[in-house]
Design a protein around this ligand. Structure first.
Ligand SMILES: Nc1ncnc2c1ncn2[C@@H]1O[C@H](COP(=O)(O)OP(=O)(O)O)[C@@H](O)[C@H]1O
Ligand SMILES: [Mg+2]
Length: 413
């Protein structure tokens, strides 16, 4: 007989409470974010008073605490007595179209409308009359707003709602990790969304240490993790990106390694091993949720790296860079073969800068020599893995998209 699920019930010598270390866990107090939380609260105060407030846009890199702070504020608002404001927190990775967002809003507040099968116009009108009937102030939080495929339509619809309504109003809070996002928006959506902008800066090493330390105190058994290991995980994450999620992932993975090895404590060896895993895991997550055209660009780079010229293969990964201009050509031919409209070279350069910022690619200026002035680019992670992963998501999505579009756009508001 096998060991069955023995491991599932065995007490861990390392972890006390795994839940605390999950990326979805929201700690009771968020360190170093008083100012940001105050700013969010201030900007929503008019809505809470029943006045039409200004829309807010929150920007900051991944793992800077945007989602946690926003959810914290949402909880605070829900607890306030006697306010006319109602709030919908929407994770746009899941609700990634105008239709889905409107359905979610309706479902949050008008229970009968949680059912499927209504068209966009039905739902839109239902939401409007619900807002008007009590002169409500609806706050719509769009987290990872750049994931919405028809965002310009959604923003237009929501701002038109404000002018259509005789009473009450809608305030939009948009949240995004992506720098290049602004440039893709229609200027009208841009001026609607950016009435008020808040920036979440990356954490420095000391801040990350404090965040990790607190989580370790609750998630690990006492004295299992040396303070030096906490600092090491924080320093690695600070150097990489200032991303609290990465720091927490490193320490958690280090704990898992120690657990698997039957150790009694977590040492620096586990931490540095864990950091490799954690960085890669996060990079794959990021790649998986990149906007379509950035994913196509990464895909083009992966293909070119894999099939790259022979002399580069000899030296394996050391210098297997590709030229920016060639990537653009490859990208456009891939996009065309998928019947996608290709983005301009100008936008392409923004995407490259964005991918560079997110640590997915490394880019160098060639200096003089190779065809005048060009960028040399290479992937920061193994191209084979990236290629397989993108193929899975890209081709599956394109099939699903056709189906959902048929349902959702049968009528447009
Ligand atoms: N100030 C903080 N204090 C404690 N934990 C934090 C803080 N900021 C972020 N975290 C933790 O880091 C992870 C990522 O935070 P999150 O709010 O999801 O970032 P973002 O939405 O900006 O990507 C979460 O596990 C969160 O609990
Ligand atoms: Mg987030």
């Amino acid at each position: 007989m096998g060991k069955g699920f023995e491991a599932l019930f065995k007490e861990s010598a390392i972890f006390a409470n795994r839940e605390v270390l999950s990326p979805h866990y929201i700690p009771q107090h968020l360190l170093f974010r008083d100012r940001q939380i105050n700013d969010i609260e201030d900007s929503l105060t008019p809505s809470l008073r029943g006045e039409r407030g200004r829309n807010v846009f929150i920007y900051g890199k991944t793992g800077t605490g945007k989602t946690s702070c926003m959810k914290y504020v949402v909880e605070q608002i829900k607890r306030l007595p006697m306010v006319k404001a109602e709030i919908s927190y929407i994770n746009c990775r899941v609700y990634n179209s105008r239709y889905r967002v409107l359905s979610k809003i309706a479902g949050d507040h008008i229970p009968l409308y949680a059912k499927r099968g209504y068209g966009v116009i039905d739902i839109y009108e239902k939401v409007i009359s619900w807002v008007e009937e009590e002169a409500r102030m609806l706050i719509v939080v769009l987290d990872e707003v750049d994931m919405i495929k028809d965002l310009d339509d959604l923003i237009y619809t929501l701002s038109r709602a404000n002018s259509d309504m005789k009473a009450g109003g809608i305030t939009i809070v948009g949240i995004s990790n992506r720098v290049s996002f602004k440039e893709e928006l229609d200027p009208r959506s841009l001026s609607t969304l950016y009435e008020n902008e808040l920036v979440f800066p990356p954490y420095n090493s000391q801040e990350l240490s404090a965040i990790v330390k607190e989580r370790v105190a609750n998630g690990f058994r006492p004295d299992v993790v040396d303070p030096a290991c906490v600092n090491l995980a924080a320093a690695i994450a600070a150097k990489e990106s200032g991303d609290a999620r990465l720091a927490l992932k490193i320490i958690t993975k280090a704990g898992e390694l120690a657990d698997e090895r039957g150790l009694k404590s977590v040492g620096p060896k586990e931490v540095s091993e864990a950091s490799k895993f954690a960085e890669e895991e996060i990079a794959y997550e990021v790649i998986n949720t990149l906007p379509e055209h950035e994913r196509l660009i990464v895909y083009a780079i992966a293909l070119m790296t894999i099939n790259g010229s022979r002399y580069k293969r000899l030296s394996e990964d050391s210098e297997s860079f590709v030229l920016s201009g060639e990537i653009y050509n490859r990208y456009t031919s891939i996009a065309e073969s998928l019947h996608k409209e290709t983005k301009s070279a100008r936008l392409y350069r923004r995407y490259i800068a964005d991918l560079d910022m997110q640590g997915i690619i490394l880019s160098y200026e060639s200096g003089k020599g190779i065809r005048g002035h060009t960028k040399l680019i290479r992937l920061a992670y193994p191209p084979g893995k990236i290629k397989d992963m993108i193929e899975k998501t890209l081709f599956r999505e394109n099939e699903a998209e056709v189906k959902s579009e048929e349902v959702a756009s049968s009528d447009a508001a």
